[in-house]
Design a protein around this ligand. Structure first.
Ligand code: SDX
Length: 411
């Protein structure tokens, strides 16, 4: 256990020497699987999906194509992409039970609604059950892989509908079905608002989805793998990931970063805010720092560029959020505390502002992150099943042993 004074000082060991050997706190740098899905170079700030650099995909691809790439391991032909889009669209519907659960959960935080609705949807997905039965018999060959991909595509199709219909039902609005002529990103904004989105807004949503689609093994993906490794069902794998993503140290940071900018309210106050965070036990600046990136998160750089090149020229910065965030960014980049610890803006530093300007309420930011990341979570689960082993780490016991039991009246 960490000593009282260590905890008090707010310091944390990175690697703790124990009688059983070194413990890497937070599993820092511990390798849990081999993958060809995504890779991060934290020193140079590079992210690859299946070997393609994220800036290439951000420039040329769409979320549908990126999700296909993550799931199938290669870019689709035009025909394959059209067929994939058609299958997603055909699955963008929910069982009546799920819709009634969303109605009952109207007004609660959407992450809770997503977890409940997805569990219900999975209970009625017969192919999800069939796959789970096969896994129980230890079968995972070509037939099961095909079934798993089908269930995975349905999950990618249903998640945005769960989010958008919860948004509508929470405002006593009728639910809206997606349109065949709209892309995945445009449909998310359309099914939420009932209006066909401006092309720049669609571009912004698509970029958000491409950038968040996978990121090697963050906490939520590791959680998904733990559940997948027990041969639980695919919907439960995603429910596990949702629960992990919800935390403010992970997926909840975009919501926290926007709340911070709104609280600061004035670029001139950026210096004080950054100063307050620049101490070991100070309030963490949401959207800053990363376990792997020791430089500017490439996804954050791409979002920043989208703002300056495409978004601001057309829509401006109506709530002043971009200028507040830019002032905070300047202070962070020039502050010795952050420089010494190599803490830079991460994807959440800018993503909340983009979602806010697209009309997505703050409590739906992490759900949108999940809508994108479901492709990566599924790809990693399917890849892990190819050589499955239940994830069962050890702990180093440092407590007493063989104590004598004392009867209660003698204590
Ligand atoms: C995501 O893993 C992924 O890939 C996640 C993600 C993905 O795509 O899946 O990239 C998405 O979750 C991005 C991160 C979003 N979270 C935040 O923005 C929350 C704020 N950031 C931090 O809490 C923190 O930086 C983490 C959680 C992201 C990383 O934490 P680590 O690697 O465990 O770092 P640490 O807590 O050991 O901090 C190291 C030092 C500490 O100071 P000292 O003890 O050395 O004096 O840096 C300090 C920390 O106090 N520090 C910060 C800080 N982040 C770290 N100080 C102020 N503000 C911050 N944001």
């Amino acid at each position: 256990m960490l000593s009282e004074e260590t905890l008090e000082r707010g310091e944390r060991e990175r690697v703790l020497e124990t009688p059983c050997g070194p413990v890497a706190y937070g599993l820092e740098n511990v390798i849990v699987k081999v993958t060809s899905i995504s890779d991060i170079d934290g020193e140079r700030g590079i992210l690859w999906y299946r070997g393609y650099r994220i800036d290439e995909l951000a420039r040329h691809s769409t979320y549908e194509e990126t999700a296909y790439l993550l799931l199938y391991g290669r870019l689709p032909s035009r025909r394959e992409l059209e067929d994939f889009r058609g299958r997603l669209l055909a699955s963008m519907e929910l069982s009546p039970v799920t819709v009634s659960i969303l109605r009952e959960l109207a007004g609660v935080h959407p992450m809770f609604a997503m977890e409940s609705a997805l569990a219900a949807e999975g209970a009625f997905d017969s192919e999800n059950q069939r796959l789970s039965e096969a896994l129980k018999q230890g079968k995972y060959s070509a037939a099961e892989m095909k079934l798993a991909i089908k269930v995975a595509e349905r999950l990618i199709a249903k998640l945005p509908i769960i989010v958008a219909w919860h948004y509508r039902l929470s405002r006593r609005l009728d639910v809206i079905k997606p349109r065949e002529d709209l892309s995945y990103a445009a449909n998310i904004l359309y099914v939420m608002s009932g209006r066909e989105p401006d092309p720049i807004m669609t571009r912004g949503m698509d970029l958000f989805l491409v950038l968040h689609a996978d990121h090697e093994i963050p906490a939520s993906t590791f959680a998904a793998l733990v559940t997948a490794s027990t041969f639980s069902d695919m919907y439960s794998v995603i429910v596990t990931a949702l629960a992990a993503l919800k935390g403010p140290l992970h997926g909840g940071a975009n919501e926290a970063a926007l709340a911070n900018y709104m609280r600061v309210g004035d670029p001139a106050k950026a210096k004080d805010v950054v100063e307050a965070a620049a101490k070991p036990k100070g309030p963490r600046l949401a959207g800053v720092g990363h376990r792997v990136y020791r430089t500017y998160d490439p996804r954050a750089a791409i979002l920043r560029e989208f703002f300056t090149r495409e978004f601001l020229p057309k829509f401006g910065d109506p709530d002043g959020l971009f200028s507040i965030a830019s002032a905070i960014e300047r202070e962070v980049l020039n502050h010795p505390y952050f420089q010494q610890r190599r803490l830079y803006p991460n994807v959440d530093f800018w993503s909340g502002i983009l979602l806010h300007y697209m009309g997505v309420p703050r409590e739906y930011f992490t759900p949108m992150f999940a809508v994108s990341r479901v492709a990566g979570w599924l790809a990693h689960a399917l890849e892990y099943w190819e050589n499955n082993r239940i994830l069962r780490p050890r702990a180093c016991y440092v407590g007493p042993r063989d104590l004598k039991y004392v009867l209660i009246d003698e204590r």
